[in-house]
Design a protein around this ligand. Structure first.
Ligand code: THU
Length: 133
């Protein structure tokens, strides 16, 4: 269970990361702040492309950064869209995050307030490594 202070810190970090979003096509900047089990925070933003399908969401960018730094254990991720609008991770990001655990707390905004819920609630019956023969 994350303290309200930790949740607020993650939201703040995600808002700062959002400033670096590259979203010229959607004009929908998103920032993410991933809390590692070490207590460190890895941030990222969405990065779009003229070939739209190549765009990457902020959440997946954060996971890629963390893995590349040698960190694979995550406690939580805050995801903040433009003007702190309500937002929920896309299906691709839910699946991508699930590779590293369904207990990761997903922090998103609901009516201007941060809400935390475990990934397993957002991705029931997840496809995972054990689904493979
Ligand atoms: N996006 C994210 O980065 N994270 C989400 O949770 C939802 C969507 C991005 C993808 C695209 O660059 C833009 O927001 C509009 O869909």
């Amino acid at each position: 269970m994350l303290s309200p202070e930790k949740v607020a810190a993650l939201v703040s970090e995600a808002m700062h990361a959002r400033e670096h979003a590259y979203a010229p096509y959607s004009a929908f900047p998103v920032g993410a702040a991933l809390l590692l089990d070490s207590g460190a925070i890895v941030t990222a933003a969405n990065v779009e492309n003229a070939s739209f399908g190549l765009s990457i969401c902020a959440e997946r960018a954060a996971v890629v950064r963390a893995v590349a730094q040698g960190s694979r254990r995550y406690l939580a991720i805050a995801v903040i869209g433009p003007k702190e609008l309500d937002l929920t991770p896309c299906g691709a990001c839910r699946q991508f995050l699930s590779e590293f655990g369904l207990d990761i707390e997903i922090i998103t905004m609901r009516a201007g307030q941060p809400r935390a819920q475990p990934l397993r609630e957002l991705l029931p019956e997840a496809f995972d490594a054990e689904s493979l023969p």
